[in-house]
Structures are given as structure tokens and as C-alpha cells.
Design a protein around this ligand. Structure first.
Ligand code: ADP
Ligand code: ASP
Ligand code: MG
Length: 439
């Protein structure tokens, strides 16, 4: 069985949706699970509708809902051929918009917000399923809300997923084509929730792991994983092969093409992940596997924004044993992951991207030393094969960036990563300078 995930732009217009089945049927394998994102732009619209409700700006929310509704009416009109299908699609979609409008009368909490955010994937999968019906292709629509669940820490529950998805597949065992929503799930309280922005990749990987798929395909709007961020650098190149470790580092450190957590489930179950281009289905794309032995030392660069650097300076206590544990415990208490860390004899610097408890963290850390906070930083991450017997990589990277201020540098944490912390304003220049020097 294969899992094929199509992102927002891949389902972004009636024309694109009409092309999907050709791609799906051209892929080998008899059974497939298709994971869909919301139509491009929809989740952003839903986010701003939820914002309007949150700000008690109901008129604005209703205006935005009506705009989105109008977009889907036109979409449906272009997607379906027969009057009956158009009518049925419109009536079904109206229910989603009635639900959205209904929030104007409710108390608005994060639970309502999550329900709003779930509508995009519910609509796109419904429309694709109905389109297949119109062209006489049999497929089963599975609701991700019946098998995808996160626990109280927001972590997916893979045993629950496996058990429930297998049961659903078993009860449709004569079917070959399944469609389900990416991104959405239930939470520990049974409410609708999601796997965070870009989460459809994560859904596909989790589903692939749950059914031990032969392959997970991520179909998107670019011909694979590029060696630098194509949004900021013009001469980037697709990478044909990546190891799971390299892909995981790049995704975690900002390569938008993959959700940060999406590599791990596939890696753990040794399921190849292939990144492919919906508009150019014959392009080779990128294959991510365990088997890959990199031929080039430096493979790619990515950058992650919104980073905060925290320095704790304490000549008195630093490097006495137990000091770092106390520092880490502060972050643990506030469930705040640390990305980078560097130490010296008198200070320790670390970075976080979740600032929601920064004030409390700062207060607790100040007990151990003088605390300095720098916001608006970016981690630039250079990924490659940096085993201990390789050499020269750090000097090439630092030479490329010698005209920029570097706040922190981290090397040797893994065999595949050199990370540098720079002010966000220097990010684009850093990515371009690295592109020119490294590739
Ligand atoms: P989808 O909607 O299909 O999930 P995304 O927008 O989430 O697509 O991801 C694809 C986009 O990721 C590309 O259009 C590209 O702009 C961006 N991107 C950022 N870094 C990279 C990279 N290293 N390689 C390829 N694409 C990247
Ligand atoms: N629709 C969701 C988003 O825009 C999930 C995804 O596309 O992966 O974030
Ligand atoms: Mg995406």
C-alpha cells in the first residue's frame, strides 16, 4: 500500500483536482491512501476568521466567511459537470459554512477555533471524493477524526491510530482507493484539533507508519527538496537523495517543504519518502531513505525564524555540576524545547522558538545568574555528512558568512548539522552567501 499526500496547491483549483486521479493511477501499487490538505489559502482564511471571532469582530468574521463561501461556490461550479453533482456539492458545503456562521452566537474558545481550522481539509476531501464519484472512480472517504488522535501533550498516539485505521481498512477490504484528511485529528478530550500548520505531511507519515506502507509520496508545488530555500534564493537545485537524518534536520530547521515532525514516523519504520511535483509528475523529485550514503559533504541549507536566544551568565555557579540540570529543568517545567545550546566557562546560551512562557522562564533563570534575552534571531542550519573524520566544513561555512555577525555556532551535536544563530534581518543575505559559496 502507498500513501500519497497532496498539498494545498496540488488541490488549489478545480483544474488541479481534476488532474489528481491521473497522477494517482499512474503510480504503481494496487492500494493507495490519499491524504489531502485544504485548498491553498483556505487554512489562512480560516485562521483569520478565527482571529476575527477572537477579537469579537463578528461582522468582519461573517464577511470573511461569506467571501470564502463564495469562493467555494465558484469552485464547485467549475469542478463538477452535472447539475445534480453541483447541487449536491453546494448543499453539502453550505453545512460547513452554516457551522462557521453559527460561531457568531457562541462563546468563542480555542475549542471553537480548532473546529474552524478543521473545515478546510473536510471540504477538500469531500469535494475530491465527490469528483471521483462523478467520473465513476470508486473510493472510500475515511474521516481522520476516527483514527488520528493526539494526547494531552499534543503528541500523536500511534497505537490508537494503527488499531483504528486498520479496522477501517479491514472493513473496506475489497476497496483499493481511500481518501482522508491531513492535518486534522481529535485531542485527548475528544475535540477536533490539528497537527499544527503544514501538518498534512505529518498525517501522511503517521498513516504510512501505521500501515507499514511501501512508500509515502508527498506531492507538492516544487520538484523535490532543494539545497536552499527557494523563497529567498534563486539558484537552488533539487536534491535527488537525502538520508532521513538530513531530511529531519532540514525540516526541523525551517525547510517548509516538510512539516518539522514528519520525517520521524517514516524513518522509524524505514518507509521511503518521495517528494514529487504535481505540475511535473515525471520529474525525479527527492527520495528520502535510510540507505542513502551522501556523496557530497554539504547537502543543503535551511533557516528557522522567530528564535529567541537566552544567555545566563554566572561566574559563580556555571560549570559546577548540577548547574545545567537546574537550567534545563526550568525549560522542562514550562514544556519549552531548546534548539541550540553553547557553553563557555562563565555563560551558557540557548535558543527557544516557543516564547509563550518566556517571562516566567526569565524570572526563574535569573535566580542562577544574569539573564540576557535576544529576540528576532534565525537559526541557519547547514546539513551534510560531517562525520568526525571529515574536515574543513566549518571553515567554509564561516568564511561564507564572515561579513555577518554570528551570535552562536553549534557543531558536532549530530553528524549532519552545523547551526548558526544570526539576527533575522541577515537571514536572506546569509542564505544567499552560503548558496554562492557551498554549491
Ligand atoms: P504544500 O502546500 O504542498 O504542503 P508547502 O508550501 O508547505 O507545500 O511546501 C512547499 C514549498 O516549500 C515550496 O513551494 C517552497 O517554496 C518551500 N520550500 C522551503 N524550503 C524548501 C526546500 N529546501 N526545498 C523545496 N521547497 C522548499
Ligand atoms: N491546511 C493546513 C495548513 O495550511 C495543513 C497543510 O496544508 O499541511 O497548514
Ligand atoms: Mg506543506
Amino acid at each position: 500500500m502507498k500513501v500519497l499526500k497532496f498539498g494545498g496547491t496540488s488541490v488549489g483549483s478545480p483544474e488541479r483536482i481534476k488532474n489528481l486521479y491521473e497522477i494517482i493511477s499512474s503510480q504503481s501499487g494496487d492500494k493507495k491512501i490519499i491524504v489531502l490538505s485544504a485548498v491553498a489559502g483556505t487554512t489562512n482564511s480560516l485562521v483569520s476568521i478565527a482571529e476575527s471571532f477572537k477579537n469579537e469582530n463578528k461582522q468582519e468574521a461573517i464577511r470573511q466567511i461569506n467571501d470564502l463561501h463564495q469562493f467555494y461556490k465558484t469552485f464547485i461550479d467549475e469542478l463538477f459537470v452535472s447539475h445534480d453533482f453541483k447541487q449536491f456539492a453546494e448543499e453539502s458545503i453550505n453545512k460547513h459554512f452554516d457551522l462557521l456562521i453559527g460561531f457568531a452566537n457562541d462563546l468563542f474558545t480555542t475549542a471553537e477555533e480548532k473546529v474552524i481550522l478543521a473545515q478546510g481539509e473536510l471540504i477538500s476531501t469531500f469535494l475530491f471524493h465527490l469528483h471521483l464519484k462523478e467520473i465513476d472512480v470508486k473510493a472510500v472517504l475515511l474521516s481522520a477524526l476516527d483514527f488520528m488522535r493526539i494526547n494531552e501533550d499534543g503528541e500523536p498516539e500511534s497505537d490508537y491510530l494503527q488499531e483504528n485505521l486498520q479496522t477501517l481498512l479491514q472493513s473496506n477490504k475489497n476497496d483499493d482507493l481511500f481518501i482522508t484528511q491531513g492535518y486534522i485529528c481529535r485531542n485527548a478530550f475528544g475535540q477536533e484539533d490539528n497537527l499544527r500548520r503544514g501538518g498534512s505531511d505529518y498525517s501522511a507519515s503517521l498513516i504510512g507508519a501505521a500501515i507499514t506502507a511501501d512508500e509515502i509520496q508527498i506531492w507538492t508545488d516544487i520538484d523535490g527538496f532543494h539545497n536552499n530555500d527557494p523563497r529567498f534564493v534563486s539558484n537552488t537545485q533539487p536534491i535527488r537523495f537525502l538520508s532521513f537524518d538530513q531530511a529531519a534536520e532540514l525540516a526541523y530547521f525551517g525547510a517548509k517543504i516538510l512539516h518539522p515532525q514528519s520525517v520521524y514516523p517514516a524513518q522509524k519504520n524505514n518507509i521511503p519518502v518521495r517528494l514529487l511535483h504535481t505540475l511535473n509528475p515525471n520529474a525525479q523529485g527527492t527520495l528520502i531513505t535510510n540507505a542513502h550514503k551522501p556523496t557530497k559533504n554539504i547537502v543543503a541549507v535551511a533557516a528557522k525564524d522567530n528564535i529567541t536566544a537566552i544567555r545566563i551568565k554566572s561566574s559563580r555557579m556555571l560549570m559546577t555540576y548540577g548547574f545545567l540540570r537546574k537550567v534545563f529543568e526550568v525549560f522542562e517545567r514550562y514544556k519549552t524545547p531548546i534548539d541550540m545550546i553553547t557553553t563557555s566557562e562563565v555563560a551558557v546560551s540557548l535558543t527557544i522558538d516557543d516564547k509563550s512562557n518566556l517571562d516566567e522562564i526569565e524570572k526563574e533563570l535569573s535566580y542562577y545568574g544574569d539573564v540576557t534575552i535576544d529576540n528576532d534571531q534565525t537559526i541557519v542550519c547547514v546539513v551534510g555528512d560531517f562525520h568526525a573524520n571529515t574536515h574543513g566544513h566549518v571553515s567554509i561555512v564561516s568564511d561564507a558568512l564572515k561579513h555577518l555577525p554570528i551570535r552562536m555556532i553549534s557543531y558536532g551535536g549530530s553528524n549532519s548539522n552545523i547551526s548558526l544563530l544570526i539576527p533575522v534581518k541577515d537571514k536572506i543575505e546569509a542564505l544567499r552567501a552560503l548558496q554562492n559559496r557551498l554549491f
